[in-house]
Design a protein around this ligand. Structure first.
Ligand code: C2O
Ligand code: CU
Ligand code: CU
Length: 589
């Protein structure tokens, strides 16, 4: 794979700012970050970066450089989807669609390398879904047209050219695709939520900046294998963001748009954990509210939460933060790197040890029913959270000559400061959505069970022993019926967020979960609150087997389909941890 040269190519493209006829973008649109008081959280407005755009006609989305568009980083390379509507200029617009609408757009490739847009989680025929086979060369256009048939939810879009998804997404090409329907509109009205003000999309992205404040992305071979971590987490393009809130209910739509970083999110105030009410998952509302103290959010996943600030005091501060966890990088033990990876390298490592529910019992294989798998020979020291944590931080820091942000470290993402004004109390309804009951699926007929084993081979990741071949379809779904798919992750592995295109799924069970995951389970099947709704991406931890139900009869696409399934760690995806699968022509037509 000539990823390195292509990556160089991309960097040059971003730096030279090659653009066709694009609306100009004021580089001074944002003030520089104020390091102490924090930066006001960019909220989606009627134009600009991550502005709200409800398409009225045929939209043009031009993938092109947008140097300086990142708030407070005037000289930094950046890529964005440029769009205009009624005179308003948008970069990476948050697209707002109504179910039943006909979505029409044209993608223009003004990059210096191939690209194509993928509508993540959105039901589209495979020819519209951004398959890498459909990537178009620089200067060319791609027509987009599909009916919006999804239930309401927080979907998103990003590039999907083979081998280049990571860098193109990393340099900025990504935003939300929000779908609304009747159920959603009624609920929003009930709760008094307004998109952009009290219903807030939050794009969480891990980045690395050089001394000049320019985005850099140049993962080493090791980082491609482990996933590339940055040093700064941006929320809607900005770090150290602060939201000034009213005393009322807020809906936060969290999207992890990082290439590799997993978040373990909690909300605290004065050091005390605060409840977050789970409202939706990847593909829309869950059935009824579930109160959570923390949850994992892997690349590609979305979680919608309600935060009730109606009882907060004026001036009270809430912090949405990463809570320490064990990133479980157990892959090095098998890749010929010896046993040194887990060793703590500095006293700072002790700072994280023993926090975040890290528990050795997670390595016991209880509940695991995979014959032939054995507990790996790990020294207890190797498993210390601080050890892994810090070793990872060091590895990334060394590679770039500066410090990184360890994945399992404690750090804030967003501060919420409660402003003055009267409290507005709204009752959270007992039912959010008429979601089909999981037991109906479980007892129903799952025609077929397929296992996909996630494992490393040398320094590359494989799915059932395979890596991506664009023109091969190793998985063939012959009948459009419900199936059970199982992702079986090895113990000597790392967490892999597995994503399936074309068909939303339900999580049926988790087996062999590590303690920090098992501790969150809501039922004997081991599923988590964030597994309760429809999903399109699911995090599979080392040693875990995650079973899914997919219904290949819905949506009922016309003709044979060729979709992708892959790891949404974008370094893994670009390295080939991806497969094509075909779904045979339906019988209805
Ligand atoms: Cu968001 Cu195939 O990916
Ligand atoms: Cu996708
Ligand atoms: Cu992976």
């Amino acid at each position: 794979m000539s990823a390195l040269t292509r990556r160089e190519f991309l960097k040059q493209a971003a730096l030279t700012g090659l653009a066709l006829s694009l609306p100009s973008w004021p580089a001074t649109a944002w003030s520089l970050p104020k390091k102490n008081g924090g930066n006001p959280l960019p909220l989606p407005g009627p134009s600009g970066l991550y502005g709200l755009l409800a398409p009225e006609g045929r939209l043009t989305l031009t993938a092109a450089p947008a140097q300086g568009a990142l708030p407070g980083r005037p000289g930094s390379p950046f890529l964005a989807y440029h769009a205009t509507q009624n005179g308003a200029v948008f970069l990476n617009p948050i697209l707002r669609l109504q179910r039943g609408q006909d979505f029409q757009a044209e993608m223009v490739n003004s990059l210096t390398e191939p690209t194509i847009i993928h509508w993540h989680g959105v039901d589209t025929d495979w020819r519209q879904s951004g398959h890498p086979l459909l990537a178009v060369p620089p200067g060319e256009r791609f027509p987009i047209r599909f009916p919006v048939t999804n239930r309401a939810g927080t979907y998103w879009y990003h590039p999907h050219p083979h081998g280049l998804t990571g860098p193109q997404t990393y340099f900025g090409l990504a935003s939300f695709f929000l779908v609304e329907d009747e159920e959603e509109r009624a609920l929003a009205q009930d709760l008094g939520l307004e998109l952009g003000l009290t219903d807030i999309p939050l794009l969480l992205q891990d980045k690395r900046f050089d001394a000049k404040g320019h985005l850099v992305y140049a993962p080493s071979a090791e980082e491609k294998f482990m996933g590339s971590l940055g040093d700064t987490v941006l929320v809607n393009g900005l770090d150290q963001a602060v939201l000034t809130a009213s005393r009322r209910l807020y809906r936060l739509r969290l999207l992890n748009g990082s290439t590799a970083r997993i978040f373990h999110l909690e909300l605290t105030s004065q050091g005390q954990p605060q409840p977050m009410v789970l409202m939706g998952t990847d593909a829309g509302l869950i059935g009824s509210p579930v109160s959570m103290e923390r949850f994992f959010l892997a690349p590609g996943e979305r979680v919608e939460i309600l935060v009730d600030l109606s009882r907060a005091k004026e001036g009270q501060e809430f912090v949405l933060a990463n809570r320490p966890f064990d990133p479980m990088h157990q892959e090095m033990d098998m890749a010929g790197h010896g046993g040194g990876h887990g060793e703590a390298k500095s006293p700072a490592a002790a700072g994280h040890a023993g926090m975040g529910g890290m528990d050795m019992s997670g390595m016991k294989m209880d509940g695991m029913d995979m014959p032939g798998m054995k507990m790996p020979n790990m020294k207890k020291d190797d498993m210390k959270m601080g050890g892994h944590d810090n070793a990872q931080g060091d590895a990334h820091g060394d590679a770039h000559g500066q410090g990184g942000l360890a994945e399992g470290a404690a750090y804030p993402l967003l501060r919420i400061q409660v402003g003055p004004g009267p409290a507005q109390v709204r009752k959270i309804p007992a039912i959010f959505s008429s979601l089909p009951d999981l037991s109906a699926i479980q007892t129903g007929s799952l025609a077929n069970t397929r296992d996909f084993t996630l494992a490393a081979r040398g320094q590359e990741w494989t799915i059932s022993g395979l890596t991506y071949a664009m023109h091969e379809t190793p998985v063939r779904v012959e009948a459009r019926e419900p199936e059970r798919w199982r992702f079986v992750n090895q113990v000597r592995s790392m967490p892999h967020p597995m994503h399936v295109h074309g068909y939303p799924f339900r999580v049926l069970s988790r087996q062999g979960s590590p303690a920090q995951v098992k501790g969150l389970a809501v039922n004997p099947s081991g599923i988590l609150p964030t597994d309760l709704g429809f999903k399109d991406t699911v995090l599979v931890w080392p040693g875990e087997t995650v079973s899914l139900a997919l219904d290949f009869s819905t949506p009922d696409y016309a003709g044979e389909q060729t979709f992708l399934m892959h790891c949404h760690n974008l370094e893994h995806e670009d390295q080939g941890m991806m497969l094509n699968f075909t779904v045979a022509e339906g019988t209805k037509s």
